[in-house]
Design a protein around this ligand. Structure first.
Ligand code: CU
Length: 138
């Protein structure tokens, strides 16, 4: 979620640049608008887990200082395994009150095993409640 303003900021600033430049045709402006909308929908879209042998699995990378993906889609009624990469500092701990887990990532990647979940939205966050991720089960 922290990344969203940064990702959106690029097309927005590009859009302003094109607006003030009268040399460019109108087509460029609408292209910039399309890029902006595409960037927003890309950020919001959840990453789906892969089902292997009756378990749905997904990995979350923390090398950039935020959860990538920060939005995870899981199927209801199928056990899940979410692997968080090794991390330190702010994201050294990953906690979910909703799902009842707390992991220390400073010593290495950890796999959180979740039972078959009911449909709903569950959140997880760093130890300081500053960086967030969402699991949508449907
Ligand atoms: Cu933090």
């Amino acid at each position: 979620m922290l990344m969203m303003p940064l990702v959106v900021a690029l097309p927005v600033s590009r859009c302003r640049m094109l607006t003030s430049d009268s040399v460019l045709p109108w087509g460029s402006l609408s292209l910039a608008r399309t890029l902006m909308v595409t960037a927003v929908s890309w950020v919001v879209e959840a990453a789906s887990a892969t089902v292997t042998g009756g378990v749905q699995k997904i990995s979350v990378d923390l090398s950039k200082g935020y959860y990538d993906p920060a939005s995870i889609a899981l199927k209801a009624g199928v056990p899940a395994e979410i692997t968080f990469s090794r991390s330190s500092g702010c994201t050294g701990q990953v906690i979910s009150e909703d799902l009842g887990f707390s992991q220390d990532l400073t010593t290495g990647a950890k796999t959180v095993k979740l039972p078959a979940l009911k449909a709903g939205r569950y959140s997880f966050h760093c130890g300081m409640n500053m960086v967030f991720g969402t699991i949508t089960v449907q």
